[in-house]
Design a protein around this ligand. Structure first.
Ligand SMILES: Cc1cc2nc3c(=O)[nH]c(=O)nc-3n(C[C@H](O)[C@H](O)[C@H](O)COP(=O)(O)OP(=O)(O)OC[C@H]3O[C@@H](n4cnc5c(N)ncnc54)[C@H](O)[C@@H]3O)c2cc1C
Length: 426
């Protein structure tokens, strides 16, 4: 006997979690089936709406760029009000942990690579670091943390023309970790205010105070201090405030490249919201097969250690991600959506999948399922694949998430629409 719910969401990334929340809000019973951790854990923690539509500079207001997008872009399918509703849902889930909801304007957030990223929502931990703010800035990196070179990042920001003086220094963290220590090890030491190593900070009891004492002589008039995204994990707010009080200037985190603590923190906020909304979650096993009747899905099967476990529902949402999340697969034989075998248009000749100019417009970036205006995937003939299946997030084609800086926004908007419509049909 299959476990039954009103709505079944396949995929536990931002799109799937948004769909599950919107479906649950309609009163439907919802289950989320997810194989592995989502790409949020690798993402920067920034939540983009739309940063670019072409070669011009970043958009000041993402909503003004919508009309420049091609008709097949997921934003054009769901429309502006759905995008706004998706972001409203996001704001409700994250509360004070994120900023940017007070305005339509993109914020300009400095990254650990020394670039500036236009984004719609950013963690509160990054708020004091915005590039539109003219306060002089000190960036602090640590020996042994090879992913972040503070002096180089500072030079790049200065070369990019930021409206503030910026310098970078590399310090010895007051506690020594193994050479391959992860960011979380630094963050945990700050969370717990662990004892520093005596040869690195002989006079202080906790790493926070010891770190502040190392940074203070380097301030030299800087009006804010930026660290990589490791300023605490669970206690991020407390650690940041503690360091800011000790240094007497605001402290912020730079947007990170993978692995990303801000991305992990964002995932935790959504998981808590799912639990509160009563969404049932089953993780760890992939959906590998399905059954349908009269053009509608009835059951999907997960593979649990070689055993097929059935899950039934009235409505289904496909949110398995794009090429990175394995929601779209590619091989010599072509590009396919592996769960329901939904059609993905792509050139027959593999040489036409990518452009020779690595920085040029890459066709493969826009590969994905093509939906009707109800987000139901269409087959090669333009007919609906299954009457009760909707798709959301980066499994949808038509957007270039990396170039347009719209990854999370598309997931929030299409997840919201797919989940709400699925729930409303119950
Ligand atoms: C490195 C990186 C950096 C990024 N940076 C940003 C950024 O700065 N700003 C921004 O806005 N966005 C960013 N993004 C995009 C964003 O984080 C998400 O990738 C995007 O929102 C897509 O989410 P998704 O839910 O569609 O897919 P995913 O996050 O890929 O989630 C797909 C889920 O489906 C599951 N799944 C796949 N197949 C199956 C199956 N057969 N059965 C069950 N479950 C399955 C996966 O395990 C996963 O949990 C970044 C992404 C990456 C990878």
């Amino acid at each position: 006997m299959a476990i039954r719910e009103d709505v079944l969401v396949v995929g536990g990334g931002l799109a799937g979690m948004s769909a599950a929340l919107s479906a649950a809000e309609t009163g439907a019973t919802v289950r989320l089936l997810s194989h592995k951790k989502s790409t949020l854990r690798h993402a920067s923690g920034l939540v983009d709406c739309l940063g670019y539509t072409g070669d011009d500079g970043p958009l000041a207001d993402p909503y003004t760029g919508l009309s420049d997008l091609p008709n097949e872009h997921p934003y054009r399918v769901v429309g502006e009000s759905a995008i706004r509703e998706g972001f409203d849902r996001f704001d409700g889930v994250v509360g004070d942990s994120y900023r940017g909801g007070h305005t339509d304007a993109n914020a300009l957030v400095p990254t650990q690579a020394g670039t500036i990223k236009p984004t719609a929502r950013y963690p509160a931990s990054m708020a004091a670091g915005l590039a539109s703010d003219a306060r002089s800035t000190l960036l602090v990196g640590f020996e042994g943390l090879s992913d972040f070179d503070a002096p180089l990042a500072a030079d790049r920001l200065a070369a990019a023309g930021v409206p503030f003086d910026v310098r970078g220094v590399t310090l010895r963290f007051p506690k020594e970790f193994r050479a391959d220590a992860k960011l979380t090890r630094y963050a945990r030491a700050l969370d717990r205010d662990e004892e520093p190593d005596r040869d690195r900070a002989p006079r202080f009891d906790g790493v926070r105070r010891a770190l502040a004492e190392l940074v203070r002589p380097k301030l030299d008039g800087a009006e804010r201090v930026g660290f990589p995204s490791l300023v605490g994990d669970d206690e991020n707010d407390v650690v940041r405030e503690d360091l800011a009080n000790r240094l007497d200037v605001p402290v912020f985190e730079l947007a990170a490249s993978p692995p990303s603590l801000p991305g992990v923190r964002l995932e935790s906020l959504f998981l808590a919201a799912l639990d509160e909304a009563g969404v049932r979650r089953t993780t760890g096993n992939p959906v590998v097969d399905y059954e349908s009747e009269d053009g509608a899905l009835t059951t999907v099967y997960t593979d649990k250690n070689g055993q097929r476990v059935p899950y039934g529902a009235d409505q289904f949402v496909l949110a398995t991600g794009g090429l990175v999340g394995k929601g779209i697969g590619s091989s010599r034989d072509g590009v396919r959506e592996p769960v329901f075998d939904c059609h993905i248009p792509h050139p027959e000749d593999r040489y036409d999948w990518s452009a020779t100019d690595a920085f040029g417009d890459q066709p493969f970036a826009r590969f994905g399922v093509v939906p009707d205006d109800d987000l139901r995937p269409l087959d090669a003939a333009g007919d609906v694949e299954f009457s009760n299946l909707r798709a959301a997030g980066s499994v949808l084609g038509g957007a270039d998430f990396a170039a347009q800086k719209c990854g999370s926004g598309v997931s929030l908007a299409t997840g919201h629409v797919a989940g709400e419509r699925a729930g409303a049909l119950i």
